[in-house]
Design a protein around this ligand. Structure first.
Ligand SMILES: Nc1ncnc2c1ncn2[C@@H]1O[C@H](COP(=O)(O)OP(=O)(O)OP(=O)(O)O)[C@@H](O)[C@H]1O
Length: 584
């Protein structure tokens, strides 16, 4: 938390927003002692700014400066009080509802929905009529009208967190449910709590001013809302007495601006991925041709030539893929190995033009089946992805949309690439599910009803839906046990044999790759240090890094691998490798 505050203070947006807000808070605290009584009839009505009244006078002759300064106190006090109350109510109700589920969720969700459908203004008018006037009334009215949508946000967050391992760990360690809500869930929502509080304060200031301007507040008090109410009542607009409402209006706008800056700063600090990279490079368009571009060998399906990929970071561009060149032939399984952080996934994502905004291909060319991937415009990229190259992602859990049935996910994919009816998409989905060894009836299942291995099979089926020529598999079996891993890889090789697609298989498990692939490339620190046939690498790896990687896996060392006969079909080699502990 302290670290979060420190990072927040270093943020320019937070510094500007915080300074403005702090200025107003100080003004609200000590200002009323420095100015005259705002209700005193101190001069002639509608007097423009002068040395006696710096901001002029109202339609009744009161000092506008005094009204603006004194108005800050109640407006901000109500704003912060409502902001805190709405956040607290929303968080407690939402988290309890999302975490406990079942009956409690039903009752709390129903209550929340009832409050959501009641329009805020009539609710405020009705409540206002029954409650005694004063700041307390405004706090109650705005809190009751505002908590419900907050509860929805917190409920969704709690539902996402409740299945996380640390919550299960707290549960099995004997913590009570209420303690889990307060000790485990709420602290993990610190950033959401912070930005909700700021957002709710903004809502409270705006809604309060709006209600008071309409005369629904306590018109006898001095707030920014009542200042505007009296400005309207005293015909300040008609008499063009701009000084009556402009100072209050400016204060409201400045407070709104400062809260917005703070909210955006909290978002950026708690989620650095939101932050725009310092150098905006339009990825591929800035790519320079390779210095001495070697022609792709004829017949290559994929040709990567001298590709460099950089991330824009705070400390300048960081090159994570450095002058990489290799080819993949049609139907070939090409393995890409390298330790964590060597740039394997970045290269895989570049093939699908899926690099994050901070990354750019700064040099080189990627040509797939005659298409220069680096030169595609956005429309062509959409058509190219999945039809020519698809991807099986590492995390089977998060690659599937949890709120769509499997059939709907196939339908979405197929519909994005041409007209298809729901019935036709479902029929194709059944066919694809059967192809990867799953029961076709699973088309109506939800992702959470499947095991990890089944989900990854669905991922493979989805990747094959449009019969691409190349499938990128980014550590598709990392999270699976050895038995499931073995079955899955055998299935991939069978399908490859049948359908003829090529595979770029990414993993740090070099022995597994040697058993699975036709050729293997080894990446070290973004550079491709060795490319050779799997057979030769097994027995005769030349680069010390390749040898180091091989020796790091005792379950299938180079010596073990020699026992795999050269003529063994890859499927059998996979079976052998995985049976010996290929899953690490
Ligand atoms: N958004 C980013 N900004 C800056 N650097 C990044 C970003 N994303 C990744 N990197 C860096 O790029 C390098 C390559 O990352 P990449 O994910 O491609 O590695 P990898 O070999 O696939 O690793 P792993 O097997 O662990 O997934 C790493 O050093 C990583 O820190």
């Amino acid at each position: 938390m302290r670290d979060l505050l420190r990072r927040l203070l270093r943020q320019r947006k937070a510094a500007v927003g915080g300074s403005i807000l702090l200025g107003f808070i100080v003004l609200a605290l000590i200002g009323p002692w420095l100015v005259m009584d705002p209700t005193e009839l101190a001069g002639r009505p509608h007097q423009p700014p002068s040395s006696a009244h710096w901001f002029g006078t109202t339609g009744q002759g009161q000092d506008v400066l005094a009204q603006t300064v004194v108005g800050a106190r109640e407006t901000l006090a109500i704003g912060f009080a409502v902001g805190a109350l709405v956040t607290l109510m929303g968080a407690l109700i939402g988290v309890t509802s999302g975490y406990l589920g079942r009956r409690v969720d039903d009752v709390l969700t129903l209550t929340t929905n009832v409050f959501l459908v009641i329009p805020g203004l009539p609710l405020a008018i009705v409540l206002g009529a029954y409650l005694p006037s004063g700041p307390f009334r405004m706090v109650v009215v705005l809190s009751l009208a505002g908590w419900a949508w907050n509860a929805r946000v917190f409920r969704a967050e709690a539902m996402a967190l409740r299945n996380r391992d640390f919550v299960s760990a707290a549960l099995v360690s004997g913590e009570s449910r209420s303690r889990i809500v307060v000790q485990q869930l709420l602290p993990n929502m610190a950033s959401l709590l912070g930005s909700s509080f700021i957002g709710n304060t903004l809502y409270a200031v705006g809604a309060q001013v709006g209600l008071e301007f309409l005369g629904l507040g306590d018109v006898g008090s001095v707030t920014w809302g009542t200042n505007l109410y009296w400005a309207g009542n005293d015909a300040a607009l008609l008499t063009r007495s701009w000084w009556v409402f402009v100072p209050t209006g400016m204060c409201i706008a400045l407070v709104g601006f400062s809260l917005t800056l703070l909210s955006s700063a909290i978002d950026e600090v708690t989620n650095p991925a939101l932050k725009a990279p310092p150098v905006t490079t339009t990825a591929v368009r800035s790519a320079q041709p390779a210095p001495e571009e070697a022609p792709a060998p004829s017949g290559a399906l994929l040709s990567i030539r001298d590709v460099c990929i950089e991330y824009a970071t705070e400390r300048g561009p960081a090159r994570v893929v450095d002058s990489v060149s290799f080819d993949i032939a049609p139907g070939e399984v090409f393995g890409l190995a390298g330790e964590s952080g060597s740039g394997k996934s970045t290269l895989g994502y570049a093939l699908l033009r899926l690099l994050p905004p901070a990354a750019s291909i700064t040099q080189g060319r990627i040509v797939l089946d005659g298409t220069d991937v680096t030169a595609l415009d956005e429309d062509s990229v959409r058509a190219y992805r999945w039809s020519k190259v698809s991807m099986v992602f590492q995390s089977a859990m998060s690659a599937l949309n949890p709120v769509l049935t499997l059939g709907d996910q196939f339908h979405d994919t197929l519909a994005a690439h041409g007209r298809t009816t729901r019935a036709a998409a479902y029929a194709r989905a059944r066919e694809l599910l059967a192809m990867v060894g799953l029961a076709p009836q699973l088309v109506d299942a939800w992702p959470h009803q499947l095991s990890g291995g089944m989900r990854q099979r669905v991922g493979i089926a989805l990747a094959l839906a449009l019969e691409p020529k190349l499938v990128v598999m980014d550590e598709p079996t990392t999270a699976l046990d050895v038995v499931v891993q073995k079955e899955l890889l055998q299935r991939v090789l069978e399908l490859k044999q049948r359908l003829g697609f090529a595979v770029l298989f990414i993993t740090h498990d070099l022995p597994l790759l040697l058993a699975l692939s036709d050729r293997v490339g080894v990446l070290q620190g973004g550079k491709l240090v060795e490319v050779d046939t799997a057979e030769r690498l097994r027995t005769d790896a030349r680069h010390p890094y390749t040898r180091l990687l091989l020796s790091a896996f005792p379950h299938l060392s180079a010596a073990d691998a020699q026992q795999v006969p050269a003529n063994v079909a890859p499927e059998h080699a996979v079976a052998q490798a995985t049976a010996q502990g290929g899953g690490r």
